[in-house]
Design a protein around this ligand. Structure first.
Ligand code: SF4
Length: 266
């Protein structure tokens, strides 16, 4: 049985979010100098793994592709087996094994027959069309077909308060703006939009899905942002990258940046 790989692409979303946040952080990331996942991140990674296997199994098409590899649902592990396999291999995930498997059971009950069924691809990398100082790509958790359009689905299981402001907050987040930008490039008029699929662990499990809006001006500004960030990244190769030195950047909702102490000189 196959264990799917929902890990991040080396030059995908995580790299670009780091570069737009702090070039020094992006340098650490590309050098492989990354800390262990935080508690919330470990929960999110395990949840993504479970949902990748869920949609691989639930897929009603005769086969699907993960990054170009043709697979059938029968070839992949069950979601529960996949979670156990990852937790067995990497102890950082063990504390979340029980809660995530329990959340998954509640998720299946909650969404039931109304769950996404027309799965086109999962853990699928979308590459930008055109020339950029640094190539741009992002990995989408799911591509689904709804009402004859292609939709990008992003699962979120950690790191947010779960309040109603979440959906407004992420409308200006590079990850979601990037999905809109790539979706329009790749699918044109067939592109439906981006849906955040939230799994909240607070006060019992809660589930919500909502379309993330984007405005044309945001898309235009985003392309400028990645071009200038890419130019700076290329120009500073072989030299120190600038540091952001901002308390809300260096210590965000996940806690301290992995490089907080080294940037303080300790
Ligand atoms: S601690 Fe702050 S300045 Fe240092 S790498 Fe992290 S985000 Fe950048």
């Amino acid at each position: 049985m196959k264990l799917l790989n929902p890990s991040t692409n080396p030059h995908g979303t995580t790299f670009w979010r780091a570069l737009l946040k702090c070039p020094t952080l992006a340098r650490h990331y590309t050098a492989g100098n990354r800390g262990a996942p935080s508690d919330a991140q470990a929960r999110g990674i395990l949840l993504h793994l479970v949902l990748a296997h869920h949609y691989a199994k639930r897929n009603r098409l005769p086969n699907f592709r993960q990054d170009g590899e043709a697979l059938t649902a029968g070839e992949v592990m069950t979601p529960e087996d996949a979670a156990h396999a990852l937790a067995e291999d990497q102890p950082v995930f063990r504390p979340w094994l029980g809660p995530v498997v329990e959340a998954y059971g509640a998720y299946c009950t909650y969404w039931g027959e109304s769950d996404f069924d027309q799965v086109l691809a999962l853990e699928h990398t979308l590459h930008a069309i055109g020339e950029y100082p640094v190539p741009y790509c992002q990995r989408a958790d799911l591509l689904v077909k709804r009402q004859d359009k292609v939709w990008i689905i992003d699962h979120k299981g950690s790191g947010y308060s779960g309040g109603s402001s979440l959906f407004e907050q992420v409308s200006i987040d590079a990850q979601f703006v990037g999905y809109h930008w790539l979706g329009r490039q790749r699918f044109g008029k067939k592109f439906g939009g981006v849906i955040l699929n939230q799994v909240s662990f607070e006060k019992g499990f809660r589930f919500k899905r909502a379309e993330i809006p984007v405005l044309p001006q945001v898309l235009a500004d985003f392309e400028y942002a990645i071009r200038t960030a890419g130019d700076e990244w290329n120009r500073l190769q072989g030299k120190p990258m600038p540091k952001r030195f901002h308390s809300e950047v260096c210590w965000d909702r996940y806690g301290k940046c992995d490089h907080f102490d080294s940037c303080r000189g300790r």
